[in-house]
Design a protein around this ligand. Structure first.
Ligand SMILES: *Cc1c(COP(=O)(O)O)cnc(C)c1O
Length: 375
């Protein structure tokens, strides 16, 4: 099967590129004795969990359903952090998660005994109040008034009984110098309690598989926490696991003019790549250039009625015409886990490109998937 023959739109996950990332992450684990978990919220394509489980220590979840998926499909270490747990789900969470991280002392007090009685490792999320990013405020858990993690002003040394790990998550697409800065804040504020813990979880947002990432500095940070406090170190990247390992294959359905040439695609930013609008960012598109770089400029728009459903302005060597295939890059993470059928948009099929260069359609969606969630 060739790319022209795939259903459009479809997400294509490139197994070779995914494995390349996994080998980089596994290298960090091997050299430092740390453990790396898949943060499923970025990438929950469970078809790939056996491959991911070959290289990583397990998975982490944002809630019960992701925890179940990790338990059923990966079956290795299964961690969970949620800003709050419900009474009616905590028993099931305790039955399938080996590490349970609480966001507050009240949640800890409410559920810790149950978790400990089941032999689970209990952690507490701390908030080091150290913002190291300015560009994506909605992804900054250290922003003032954030609901994430216990700040030092609200820390209760007297309630630490049974807590064996501290967890922080403050980064988003960031390099290890920001981790180093954050660790200094963690040590400065929470240092007195670190050596009474068994583990520390550095959260996600480490851009480890990105070209410019300083892996050596990450490894120094891990070793420092290990040597100074005797801690086992966990990392739980989402994006770095499948960074640049997938595509969204789309088709031009029409072109029109309104001061600028416009192409309407059989996809949608808001439905199929929501972070394009939320973050926001301009996804790379194979064979295209920035505005002004190539001769023919188009604004690429989605199929929905939302005016802002545009992907960006791109230039091409040839004019676009209906039927042309356009392939967006870096579409594995935060895409299929976040897509919606707003406007009754069909969901993209899911395809694997294996290491031999063969495409396999692993999932297709239809009208039933739209109707099923409504009544
Ligand atoms: C989002 C999140 C992650 C993963 O973040 P990435 O930016 O995808 O690496 C890990 N842990 C927690 C607690 C998160 O909220």
């Amino acid at each position: 099967m060739r790319i022209e023959e795939l259903p459009s739109p479809c997400y294509v996950i490139d197994e070779g590129l995914l494995e390349k990332n996994l080998k980089i992450l596994n290298g960090v684990m091997e050299r430092t004795g740390s453990k790396i978990l898949l943060a499923q919220k970025a990438f929950s394509m469970f078809k790939m969990y056996p491959l991911i489980g070959k290289y990583l220590s397990g998975a982490t979840a944002s809630g019960l359903y992701e925890a179940r998926l990790g338990h059923e499909e990966m079956g290795k270490e299964n961690h969970i952090f949620s800003p709050v747990y419900r009474e009616d789900e905590i028993d099931e969470i305790i039955s399938i998660c080996d590490h349970i991280v609480f966001n507050s002392f009240s949640q800890l007090e409410k559920f810790k005994d149950k978790a400990l009685a089941a032999g689970r490792s209990v952690g507490l999320r701390i908030n080091p109040e150290c913002s190291t990013q300015v560009s994506h405020a909605i992804y900054d858990p250290c922003t003032p008034g954030s609901r994430f993690g216990v700040t030092i002003a609200n820390f209760r040394q007297d309630l630490l009984d049974g807590v064996s790990g501290l967890h922080f998550h403050t980064l988003c697409q960031q390099n290890s110098n920001d981790l180093e800065t954050t660790l200094m804040a963690v040590e400065e504020k929470f240092g007195p309690w670190l050596s009474q813990m068994k583990w520390i979880n550095f959260g996600g947002g480490h851009y480890i598989t990105e070209e410019d990432y300083n892996i050596q500095l990450l490894e120094n940070c891990i070793k420092r926490m290990k040597d100074k406090y005797g801690l086992k170190v966990y990392l739980e990247p989402g994006e770095a696991v499948a960074y640049n390992a997938g595509y969204l294959v789309t088709t031009v359905l029409d072109t029109l003019q309104n001061g600028i040439d416009i192409a309407i695609l059989d996809t949608s930013a808001t439905c199929h790549m929501p972070d394009v609008l939320e973050m926001p960012y301009r996804p790379p598109l194979l064979g295209s250039g920035a505005a002004g770089e190539k001769s023919f400029l188009y604004r690429l728009g989605g199929q929905t009625c939302l005016t802002g459903d545009t992907i960006g302005d791109y230039s091409f060597d040839q004019p676009l015409k209906s039927g042309d295939r356009l392939v967006f890059e870096n579409m594995a993470v935060y895409t299929m886990v976040k897509n919606t059928s707003f406007n009754g948009m069909p969901l993209p099929a899911i395809v694997v490109l294996d290491q031999a260069g063969e495409y396999h359609i692993v999932r297709e969606f239809d009208y039933k998937d739209f109707k099923m969630r409504l009544s």
